[in-house]
Write a protein that binds this ligand. Structure first.
Ligand SMILES: [Zn+2]
Length: 96
């Protein structure tokens, strides 16, 4: 299910700040932290898919498809802490 390129929280923040000079680091960290937590607690997009933490930090709580209009997330980043593992944990009881 996860075709995203996984990246650590800090690494993504560094990349994002490099590409977006006008972004306030503390503010962005706070928002990304919040969307990562929201995703991990099972927050869904209006369409029923899990939200995309990276995009949601900028665009609001939505999934990749609703934010970008594309269905294929390969090549885009997602924070490695947000692996879509909650469903696996339910079944197997161990983290990937
Ligand atoms: Zn959606």
């Amino acid at each position: 299910m996860s075709l995203f390129k996984l990246i650590s929280f800090d690494e993504y923040v560094a990349r994002h700040l490099k590409a977006n000079k006008d972004v306030n680091e503390r503010d962005f960290r706070k928002r990304l932290r919040e969307t990562v937590a929201a995703k991990n607690s099972g927050c869904l997009c209006g369409c029923g898919n899990p939200i995309w933490a990276v995009g949601s930090a900028v665009a609001g709580h939505m999934c990749f498809s609703c934010i970008t209009g594309e269905s294929d997330p390969s090549g885009d980043f997602e924070i490695d802490e947000t692996l879509e593992r909650s469903r696996h944990e339910d079944k197997s009881g161990h983290e990937r």
